[in-house]
Write a protein that binds this ligand. Structure first.
Ligand SMILES: [Zn+2]
Length: 154
Protein backbone atom coordinates (compact mmCIF):
# COMPACT_ATOMS: atom_id res chain seq x y z
CA UNK A 1 0.00 0.00 0.00
CA UNK A 2 1.43 3.33 -1.01
CA UNK A 3 1.85 6.00 1.57
CA UNK A 4 -0.18 9.10 0.73
CA UNK A 5 2.03 11.77 -0.72
CA UNK A 6 0.78 14.56 1.47
CA UNK A 7 -0.19 13.02 4.73
CA UNK A 8 -0.89 15.80 7.19
CA UNK A 9 -2.27 15.00 10.58
CA UNK A 10 -5.05 17.17 11.84
CA UNK A 11 -6.25 17.01 15.45
CA UNK A 12 -9.20 19.33 15.37
CA UNK A 13 -11.69 20.10 12.65
CA UNK A 14 -13.04 23.65 12.38
CA UNK A 15 -16.33 24.30 14.13
CA UNK A 16 -17.09 27.22 11.89
CA UNK A 17 -16.27 26.72 8.24
CA UNK A 18 -17.52 29.91 6.66
CA UNK A 19 -16.70 33.54 7.39
CA UNK A 20 -18.34 36.31 5.44
CA UNK A 21 -17.94 40.09 5.52
CA UNK A 22 -21.09 41.89 6.55
CA UNK A 23 -23.03 43.94 4.02
CA UNK A 24 -21.64 42.46 0.83
CA UNK A 25 -24.20 40.73 -1.37
CA UNK A 26 -23.44 37.11 -2.11
CA UNK A 27 -23.28 37.81 -5.83
CA UNK A 28 -20.45 40.28 -5.32
CA UNK A 29 -18.61 38.18 -2.82
CA UNK A 30 -15.34 36.49 -3.63
CA UNK A 31 -14.32 33.39 -1.73
CA UNK A 32 -10.98 32.25 -0.42
CA UNK A 33 -10.71 28.53 0.27
CA UNK A 34 -8.57 27.66 3.26
CA UNK A 35 -7.86 23.93 3.45
CA UNK A 36 -8.25 22.00 6.70
CA UNK A 37 -4.52 21.36 6.93
CA UNK A 38 -3.87 25.08 6.53
CA UNK A 39 -6.43 25.76 9.24
CA UNK A 40 -4.63 23.28 11.51
CA UNK A 41 -1.29 24.96 10.78
CA UNK A 42 -2.74 28.32 11.83
CA UNK A 43 -4.10 26.80 14.99
CA UNK A 44 -0.83 25.19 15.98
CA UNK A 45 1.52 28.01 15.05
CA UNK A 46 -0.52 31.12 15.69
CA UNK A 47 -3.01 30.12 18.37
CA UNK A 48 -1.07 27.55 20.37
CA UNK A 49 2.16 29.38 19.63
CA UNK A 50 4.19 26.30 18.79
CA UNK A 51 7.52 26.59 17.07
CA UNK A 52 7.36 25.45 13.47
CA UNK A 53 9.44 22.39 14.33
CA UNK A 54 6.91 21.31 16.97
CA UNK A 55 3.94 22.09 14.77
CA UNK A 56 5.49 20.17 11.87
CA UNK A 57 6.02 17.21 14.19
CA UNK A 58 2.37 17.26 15.24
CA UNK A 59 1.19 17.32 11.65
CA UNK A 60 3.71 14.64 10.68
CA UNK A 61 5.26 16.75 7.95
CA UNK A 62 8.71 18.16 7.41
CA UNK A 63 9.60 21.57 8.72
CA UNK A 64 9.83 22.79 5.12
CA UNK A 65 6.39 21.47 4.27
CA UNK A 66 4.93 23.06 7.37
CA UNK A 67 6.55 26.33 6.37
CA UNK A 68 4.80 26.18 3.02
CA UNK A 69 1.44 25.30 4.56
CA UNK A 70 1.54 28.13 7.11
CA UNK A 71 2.74 30.62 4.51
CA UNK A 72 -0.14 29.74 2.23
CA UNK A 73 -2.57 29.94 5.16
CA UNK A 74 -1.32 33.39 6.16
CA UNK A 75 -1.60 34.65 2.60
CA UNK A 76 -5.18 33.42 2.27
CA UNK A 77 -6.34 34.86 5.59
CA UNK A 78 -4.70 38.19 4.77
CA UNK A 79 -6.30 38.15 1.34
CA UNK A 80 -9.73 37.57 2.86
CA UNK A 81 -9.35 40.22 5.56
CA UNK A 82 -7.79 42.90 3.44
CA UNK A 83 -9.74 42.39 0.23
CA UNK A 84 -13.01 41.73 2.07
CA UNK A 85 -13.52 38.20 0.78
CA UNK A 86 -15.41 35.35 2.35
CA UNK A 87 -13.32 32.60 3.88
CA UNK A 88 -14.37 29.02 3.47
CA UNK A 89 -12.59 26.16 5.18
CA UNK A 90 -12.74 22.86 3.38
CA UNK A 91 -10.76 20.08 1.77
CA UNK A 92 -7.04 19.57 1.75
CA UNK A 93 -4.78 16.57 2.16
CA UNK A 94 -5.10 15.37 5.70
CA UNK A 95 -5.89 12.53 8.07
CA UNK A 96 -7.50 12.85 11.47
CA UNK A 97 -4.97 12.23 14.21
CA UNK A 98 -5.99 9.67 16.79
CA UNK A 99 -7.75 11.09 19.76
CA UNK A 100 -8.87 9.96 23.15
CA UNK A 101 -12.42 10.62 24.16
CA UNK A 102 -13.58 11.64 27.63
CA UNK A 103 -16.97 11.97 29.21
CA UNK A 104 -18.07 13.92 32.25
CA UNK A 105 -20.32 11.87 34.53
CA UNK A 106 -21.90 15.00 35.98
CA UNK A 107 -22.91 17.02 32.95
CA UNK A 108 -22.52 14.35 30.23
CA UNK A 109 -20.22 16.61 28.27
CA UNK A 110 -17.91 14.66 25.98
CA UNK A 111 -14.74 15.89 24.38
CA UNK A 112 -11.64 14.64 22.64
CA UNK A 113 -7.97 15.16 23.19
CA UNK A 114 -5.09 14.10 21.01
CA UNK A 115 -2.80 11.36 22.25
CA UNK A 116 0.20 12.52 24.18
CA UNK A 117 -1.44 15.45 25.91
CA UNK A 118 -2.04 13.78 29.24
CA UNK A 119 -5.24 13.11 31.10
CA UNK A 120 -7.45 16.15 31.69
CA UNK A 121 -7.93 17.14 35.32
CA UNK A 122 -11.49 18.29 35.09
CA UNK A 123 -14.45 18.69 32.79
CA UNK A 124 -13.94 21.72 30.53
CA UNK A 125 -17.66 22.41 30.74
CA UNK A 126 -18.57 22.15 34.45
CA UNK A 127 -15.14 21.67 36.10
CA UNK A 128 -16.21 18.40 37.67
CA UNK A 129 -13.41 15.91 38.30
CA UNK A 130 -15.81 13.01 37.81
CA UNK A 131 -14.59 12.22 34.30
CA UNK A 132 -14.03 8.96 32.48
CA UNK A 133 -12.50 7.68 29.30
CA UNK A 134 -15.15 7.12 26.70
CA UNK A 135 -13.33 5.45 23.87
CA UNK A 136 -14.76 3.30 21.16
CA UNK A 137 -16.78 6.09 19.60
CA UNK A 138 -13.93 7.46 17.62
CA UNK A 139 -14.20 8.89 14.17
CA UNK A 140 -17.69 10.25 14.61
CA UNK A 141 -16.76 13.63 13.24
CA UNK A 142 -16.62 12.09 9.80
CA UNK A 143 -14.14 13.86 7.65
CA UNK A 144 -10.66 13.73 6.31
CA UNK A 145 -9.60 10.69 4.42
CA UNK A 146 -10.86 8.01 6.73
CA UNK A 147 -8.41 6.36 9.04
CA UNK A 148 -4.79 7.12 9.65
CA UNK A 149 -3.81 4.15 7.50
CA UNK A 150 -0.50 4.72 5.80
CA UNK A 151 0.10 7.85 7.76
CA UNK A 152 3.19 6.67 9.61
CA UNK A 153 6.58 8.20 9.24
CA UNK A 154 8.98 6.34 6.97
ZN1 LIG B 1 -19.02 18.28 33.25
Amino acid sequence: MARPRNCRWVEILPNVTYFKPRGIPLSALQEVILTVDEFEALRLADLEGLYQEQAAEKMRVSRQTFGRIIESAHRKVADALIQGKALKIEGGEFEMAETRRFRCADCQHTWELPYGTGRPESCPSCKSINIHRADGVRGTKGSGRGQRRGCLRP
